[in-house]
Design a protein around this ligand. Structure first.
Ligand SMILES: C[S@@+](CC[C@H](N)C(=O)[O-])C[C@H]1O[C@@H](n2cnc3c(N)ncnc32)[C@H](O)[C@@H]1O
Length: 199
């Protein structure tokens, strides 16, 4: 196994043990899941792509491989050790050690404008294991930054497309199941309900 991969797996394992609720997974997303998440991005859109919960960088790598320009990608990660690992791997991408609960102010700081909007929020956050009030605040921030035309891409290990209270006000526009992941996952693309037409 290459050294970088061993380091990533060890770092992730340490996070799972010390912060099981915020990590919310037993291992990093597989290349199949990461590629599916990235494939939901329309590369012709010119705005920012903001990644939440970048972890060891598997989805970050897939987004760059899919063609998202590194200068338009902002990856936010709460854990200091994971953020520092991400900076080593992705020197051309903005890695922010920060909390998705403060998403709008992070985006404003990066863009240099107030009330900035983004084209995509790509989230690996484990909303089903986070406290409800935390999930609700983050989703409210996501709705604010995607506005009328942006999109949220989110994966979950709950394969059934059920209603999930913190996602009230978001409309699912696309969904795909990825079996080649531990555990299997579903990737969804959302827009703010009633504000934009289907593509
Ligand atoms: C399930 S892991 C996903 C890691 C990676 N993207 C992947 O798919 O393997 C969730 C990540 O979200 C981070 N996280 C959890 N809550 C967060 C928050 N409020 N703000 C920023 N990052 C957060 C955790 O530290 C963890 O690295």
């Amino acid at each position: 196994m290459p050294i970088k991969l061993i380091k990533s797996v060890a770092l992730f394992g340490r996070e799972v043990l010390s912060n099981p609720v915020t990590t919310g997974a037993i291992c990093p997303s597989s290349p199949f899941l990461s590629a599916k998440v990235a494939s939901f991005i329309d590369r012709s859109r010119p705005g920012w792509v903001v990644e939440l919960g970048a972890g060891t960088g598997v989805v970050t790598r897939a987004l760059l491989d899919h063609g998202v320009p590194p200068e338009r990608l902002v990856s936010i990660e709460m854990s200091a050790s994971l953020a520092s690992h991400l900076r080593e791997q992705f020197p051309d991408t903005q890695i922010i050690e920060g909390n998705a609960m403060e998403l709008q102010s992070i985006v404003d700081r990066v863009s240099g404008k107030r009330d900035s909007k983004v084209d995509y929020v790509v989230s690996s956050l484990p909303f089903r294991s986070l406290p409800n009030d935390v999930s609700q605040q983050i989703v409210s921030q996501i709705k604010q930054v995607i506005g009328k035309t942006g999109e949220l891409i989110q994966f979950t290990y709950d394969l059934r497309p059920r209603e999930f209270a913190p996602f009230a006000g978001l409309k699912r526009c696309q969904s795909s199941i990825v079996l080649m992941n531990v555990p299997p996952a579903r990737v969804d693309r959302f827009r703010v309900n009633g504000l934009a037409s289907e593509p």
